[in-house]
Design a protein around this ligand. Structure first.
Ligand SMILES: NC(=O)c1ccc[n+]([C@@H]2O[C@H](COP(=O)([O-])OP(=O)(O)OC[C@H]3O[C@@H](n4cnc5c(N)ncnc54)[C@H](OP(=O)(O)O)[C@@H]3O)[C@@H](O)[C@H]2O)c1
Length: 239
């Protein structure tokens, strides 16, 4: 399953990001009311990718704002997972630096597989207690920002995560890009314009400040299906 062209540190999982974006590069409307806008083909694509991953990860504002459970979906995708030699249900990982997760979020209503929360020392004791009631494990990795290198090594060692699918949002993606931990970026380009200065994009957060620092990618594949484009970019540098 793993592409052979990328040399990875053996203790890190293969990390791939999957996002749908508009033609103007937005992943939600500026008021964040709309974040699901791909076709049914795109939704199937998302479940097919999940069926190749040991774990699916998302940021706090993504799980707070949408009715998502980060699970494998219908039985045929769970069968695909078993055929791929994976557990029937993927692990679910949620990232929150200060522990500000909504306990009523949809993801916590589904107990089909373990939920792991990655957080930092910024989360208060009270918040940590609340998170431990919601998740199977809460891991503090870092002081201000999550140290994803440490977190991913831990995920691989303790939870056996070899393939990790990140489903955004832009804040989390940016942290992973800046840490140099993303092996592939899967993008569905949808024929719409959302516009809006404040509409979230694929990689928000701090970003790279100089061209020389920008993350270089190569196009791995590029395919039109009806009125959408499915593109895969891969990292250029090797770990
Ligand atoms: N179109 C798509 O494919 C797609 C996919 C996913 C999401 N979306 C949309 O994108 C929007 C959410 O994106 P977003 O960028 O606002 O939020 P996000 O990336 O989902 O979550 C950001 C939060 O994650 C935590 N976090 C991220 N990086 C961190 C780091 N390095 N260290 C510690 N904590 C970190 C922080 O949580 P705390 O604040 O709790 O510390 C941060 O506020 C929503 O509108 C969602 O619907 C669209």
């Amino acid at each position: 399953m793993n592409p052979s062209h990328v040399t990875r540190h053996p203790s890190l999982p293969f990390v791939f990001v999957n996002m749908a974006m508009t033609a103007d590069g937005k992943i939600a409307t500026a008021n964040r009311a709309v974040s699901s806008f791909g076709s049914t083909r795109d939704h199937k694509h998302l479940l097919e990718l999940r069926a190749t991953a040991d774990a699916v990860m998302a940021g706090a504002r993504t799980v707070d704002s949408a009715a998502i459970n980060l699970g494998p979906g219908p039985a045929r995708f769970r069968r695909q997972r078993l055929d791929n030699g994976l557990m029937e249900y993927n692990l679910r990982i949620i990232v929150s630096g200060n522990g500000s997760l909504n306990p009523a979020a949809e993801v916590f209503k589904h107990r089909f597989s373990p939920i792991i929360i990655l957080t930092t020392s910024r989360a208060s004791k009270t918040r940590l207690r609340q998170l431990r009631a919601l998740a199977n494990e809460v891991k503090v990795c870092g002081q201000q920002e999550i140290n994803f290198c440490e977190a991913f090594c831990w995920l691989r060692g303790k939870w056996g995560v070899k393939r990790l699918l990140c489903e955004g949002g832009g804040g989390l993606n940016d942290a992973l890009f800046r840490a140099g931990l993303v092996d592939e970026l899967h993008l569905t380009i949808c024929p719409k314009i959302f516009g809006g200065h404040n509409a979230p994009a694929i990689a928000d957060g701090k970003g790279f400040r100089r061209l020389a620092r920008a993350l270089p990618l190569q196009i791995k594949s590029f395919k039109r299906v009806r009125n959408e484009v499915f593109a895969v970019f891969r990292r250029v540098t090797q770990r």
